[in-house]
Design a protein around this ligand. Structure first.
Ligand SMILES: [Fe+2]
Length: 153
């Protein structure tokens, strides 16, 4: 297995789907030569707000695993995610609309194929305080807990 050192890599905005909001960038970690599955770091600056507070949801033909390393990511489908937050979206499960007030740093992995994005046609309203509905495999659901946002500013 090839070793990569994220601290020595540049963030690459060119690897992000152009339909996702500008400002985000990726550091690729691994691509499986057999399956096309990928893992990567994904970051956003703060104040990335859906224009007009509405955005289409999107989904993928493969499973997406997402782990929030730092910052906060607000998901219309599953709630506000903070450091340690985790999601496992099955194939063809729509997620979002999404935005961030704090910015975030994520680890993302695909299972079952390369990353392919399918966007819905319809915009859904975005809120900063969506309901907590964890997206997890059944055996992990017992560990789920809503993010308790620490006082900040
Ligand atoms: Fe996704």
């Amino acid at each position: 297995m090839r070793f990569v050192d994220p601290l020595s890599m540049e963030w690459d905005a060119g690897l992000v789907d152009p339909q996702l909001a500008p400002g985000v960038a990726i550091k690729p970690l691994r691509e499986d030569p057999e399956t096309g599955e990928v893992s990567f770091l994904y970051c956003s600056p703060p104040h990335r707000v859906p224009p007009g507070m509405a955005k289409p949801q999107w989904t993928h033909p493969m499973v997406e695993e997402l782990y929030c390393l730092e910052g906060e990511y607000v998901w219309g489908d599953c709630g506000r995610m903070g450091p340690g937050g985790y999601a496992w979206w099955r194939e063809d499960v729509y997620h979002g609309p999404a935005g961030t007030d704090t910015g975030y740093h994520l680890f993302v992995r695909t299972i079952g194929g390369p990353l392919v994005n399918h966007f819905d046609d319809e915009k859904k309203p975005f809120t900063w305080e969506p309901e907590y509905r964890p997206q997890l495999p059944a055996d992990l659901m017992q560990y789920a807990a809503a993010y308790d946002r620490p006082p900040n500013y």
